[in-house]
Design a protein around this ligand. Structure first.
Ligand SMILES: [Fe+2]
Ligand SMILES: [Fe+2]
Length: 138
């Protein structure tokens, strides 16, 4: 699994793309952890990535939702609903006891990021990007 940026991920809006790139970076850090030595304790790294992922999620969704309001995007309900779903999911992951199940937590986080890209960025965020482009914003 790799989270290298691909052009097909672009929603054609620079700031949103930059924020999505940050998500992919966190995904790549998780890949490194997943491929790391099984005998090493990754507790601190996992907790740090989890914390960053949670903060990033709240920040990024807040940014998109503000943009939707500002530019009167009518697909905002579906967006907000999906954002809430991902926030709940990440909160659940944060509450989990990381120690003793480090590999499971890493794999769940990897799936979380992969799912976010394929089920949200490539669909809803792309639509929002198209809308922003159509009103001259990029
Ligand atoms: Fe979004
Ligand atoms: Fe997004």
């Amino acid at each position: 699994m790799s989270f290298k940026w691909k052009d097909e991920y672009s929603v054609n809006v620079i700031e949103i793309d930059n924020q999505h790139k940050r998500l992919l970076e966190l995904g790549d850090e998780l890949v490194d952890l997943a491929m790391g030595n099984q005998d090493i304790d990754y507790y601190d790294n996992i907790v740090r990535v989890l914390e960053e992922l949670k903060n990033y999620t709240v920040y990024h969704f807040g940014y998109e939702e503000e943009m939707m309001k500002k530019y009167n995007y009518n697909g905002n309900e579906k967006q907000s609903f999906e954002h809430m779903f991902f926030i709940k999911k990440v909160e659940k992951l944060v509450r989990r006891d990381v120690d003793g199940q480090q590999r499971e937590v890493i794999m769940d986080l990897l799936n979380f990021v992969a799912d976010w890209i394929s089920s949200h960025i490539l669909l809803e965020d792309k639509k929002f990007g198209e809308y922003l482009n159509s009103i001259g914003f990029n």
